[in-house]
Every structure is written in structure tokens, then in C-alpha cells.
Design a protein. Structure first.
Length: 147
């Protein structure tokens, strides 16, 4: 069975990145409800207890988690849009190999962090992105070696 072209895998990665960004942004409209007294106390502390972070910054743990969450969503949007843009512009394969290699490193690290620190949906989503990017990188290397 022939391996698909790198453009197929990169398109799959870009679509996965964009869909994961949309999926992840749904967390911004979700308001978690405590299931018991311990969860109620935890959510109250995360929302209302302000940490003194120095230089006049006082934020809750919820504020910090929201900032991290926005950062992940923006990373996914950036990766997906960049990959899609470069595919549309039909950038030469030498440049694409470098961009895909950077994507593999960044999203491989993201997948590793999700695997160690989160739960099933982000693990699956980032794993799919990483696998698609890795396949794109392998196939572009094979294409360039064949030339």
C-alpha cells in the first residue's frame, strides 16, 4: 500500500488543529458545577482566592488557567492557519519540510504534556494532530529522497 502524499497528511493535521481549537474554545462558555462540598470549596477558592503575583498583579487560579487555555487555543489556530496557508500557496517542499518539522516538535511536546497532565479528549485530539504531522514529515522526507 502506497503512503499518501504529505499534502494529505498536512491537510489532515491543519483540519485537526482547527477543529481542536474550536472544540477547546467551548470550555470558555462552560460553567463547571460542583458535585459535592469538596468540589464546591475547590471551585470557590480557584475563582475567588487571589494570589499575590508581585508587581501589583493579583489573579485567581481560574484567571491563570483561562490564560493557559486561551494560549492553547491560539497555538492550535496559528498552527492550523499557517499550515493551510502554506498548502494553498504551494510553497516548495524544502520549506515545507522545515515548517512541518517545527510543527512535529511543537505539537509532539504538546501531545506529551497533554498525555501526562490532562484527560482523554485533549490527549486524543493532540495525538491525532501529532500523528498527522509526523506522517506528513515522513512522507515529505521520502518524496525528497526519491527525487
Amino acid at each position: 500500500m502506497a503512503i499518501l502524499k504529505y499534502t494529505f497528511w498536512l491537510k489532515a493535521a491543519a483540519v485537526s488543529q482547527l477543529l481542536t481549537a474550536v472544540f477547546h474554545s467551548l470550555s470558555f462558555v462552560n460553567n463547571p458545577q460542583p458535585g459535592n462540598d469538596t468540589e464546591r470549596q475547590l471551585l470557590d477558592l480557584m475563582t475567588n482566592y487571589k494570589l499575590d503575583l508581585g508587581a501589583g498583579f493579583t489573579h485567581s487560579m481560574k484567571d491563570l488557567m483561562t490564560a493557559f487555555s486561551i494560549s492553547l487555543t491560539l497555538l492550535l489556530l496559528f498552527g492550523g492557519c499557517l499550515n493551510w496557508f502554506l498548502l494553498r500557496k504551494k510553497v516548495e517542499s524544502e520549506t515545507m519540510r522545515g515548517v512541518i518539522g517545527i510543527n512535529v516538535i511543537i505539537f509532539g511536546g504538546c501531545f506529551a504534556a497533554m498525555t501526562l497532565l490532562t484527560f482523554l479528549p485533549p490527549i486524543i485530539c493532540t495525538g491525532l494532530i501529532f500523528i498527522c504531522l509526523l506522517m506528513a514529515y515522513i512522507t515529505i522526507l521520502k518524496k525528497q529522497r526519491a527525487q
